[in-house]
Design a protein around this ligand. Structure first.
Ligand code: NAD
Length: 336
């Protein structure tokens, strides 16, 4: 198929070209994100390929269909940026990569937990300045602490295993629990409130949906232990950023690690150094010594990019050959 691949970075080209060595697909790499302003670039392409911050709303979908597009292939697991209902109504197939190395994201969450706990960024800067004082770098043993996992899907399960290895007691909340897995993994399912109340470290691994939007708000933060560590590598809007800033200011929240941010589409994946950042909320977050931010890089490992490229192209081939694909998304109403 001819594929218009939006939001293309050099690494996308590298891994997609590798996965397309047999030349089955013709890929046009487009640096711009898909949006109402750029959708005309997809005209005549039966497939478009998008990432997490491309806009695939009703207007864009209607214009894609008018231009002859019948497949939207997400090179991500999350799909909150796509209006699936409209896509269904228009007969546009939406496919995604449900499980590309869940290890990449789980391991990044662990990197954030360890870096925050042992204050690695601050220690690194101090030593470079020949400041060998340990004041303010005090951490805690993860062994024996309670780890709260919100979402026990692909990524959550890998993380549960790693945190159990540290000697943590792992509590989990998921509206669709899997007791059999929990038994073998030594994980205890609890209600959301109990998880908030009992955990020393909380990590979010659920999708962004109307139910999880601002799931971590001032009420949820109020139920947490004072000094709790909160990690979000899922989607920014699961956390209400202003509530988290208030909790950091009052020291209710001990530390925060985020790889995603509510308004990240205006910031992430671009080099903005030298520019005046207009987002005051984001800039406030940067001022806290106990906040660690990465720019949506949790997925960014060699293994994950290989898997994303090969699964995405396979998804498109499946649709081209049989009109269906196991990784196809449907609006809830039409799910069997
Ligand atoms: P998954 O679909 O395998 O698992 C998600 C789990 O969340 C499921 O078990 C589901 O039942 C659960 N869930 C749904 N609603 C919930 C709720 N209200 N509360 C708690 N749990 C709920 O997905 P995954 O592969 O584990 O990925 C999880 C999320 O991570 C994705 O939706 C995506 O947004 C994010 N992600 C981020 C990156 C990154 O680079 N930062 C990369 C991949 C995925």
């Amino acid at each position: 198929m001819r594929i218009a691949l939006f939001a293309a970075k050099p690494y996308d080209r590298q891994f997609f070209d590798q996965a397309n060595q047999d030349g089955e697909h013709e890929i046009l790499y487009i640096e711009a994100r898909l949006s109402p302003q750029t959708v005309q670039l997809a005209e005549g392409f039966p497939a478009v390929c998008v990432f997490v911050n491309d806009v695939v709303d009703a207007e864009v979908l209607r214009r894609l269909q008018a231009g002859g597009t019948s497949v939207v292939a997400l090179r991500s697991a999350g799909f909150n940026n796509v209006d699936i209902q409209t896509a269904d109504a228009l007969g546009i197939h939406v496919v995604r990569v449900p499980a590309y190395s869940p290890h990449s994201v789980a391991e990044h969450a662990v990197a954030m937990i360890l870096a925050l706990n042992r204050q690695i960024p601050r220690a690194y800067n101090r030593v470079h300045d020949c400041n060998f004082s340990l004041e303010g770098l005090l951490g805690f043993d993860l062994n024996g602490k309670t780890f709260g996992l919100v979402g026990t899907g692909e990524i959550g399960r890998v993380l549960a295993k790693i945190m159990s290895g540290f000697g943590c007691q792992v509590l989990a909340f998921d509206p669709f629990p899997d007791p059999q897995w929990a038994d073998t993994a030594g994980v205890q399912y609890v209600e959301f409130d109990a998880l908030l109340e009992q955990s020393d470290v909380i990590s979010l691994h659920c999708p962004l949906t109307p139910e999880t939007h601002h799931m971590i708000d001032s009420k949820a933060l109020g139920k947490m232990k004072t000094g709790v560590m909160l990690i979000n590598t899922s989607r920014g809007a699961i956390i209400e950023t202003q509530a988290v800033i208030d909790a950091l200011k009052s020291s209710k929240l001990g530390s925060l690690g985020i790889d995603v941010y509510e308004e990240e589409d205006k910031l992430f994946f671009e080099n903005l150094s030298g520019q005046v950042i207009q987002d005051d909320v984001f800039m406030r977050l940067l001022t806290f010594p106990n906040v660690l931010i990465t720019g949506h890089q949790a997925f960014f490992t060699k293994e994950a990019l290989q898997q994303i490229a090969s699964t995405t192209l396979q998804n498109i081939s499946d649709i081209a050959q049989s009109g269906s694909c196991k990784n196809q998304l449907h609006a809830p109403k039409s799910q069997g």
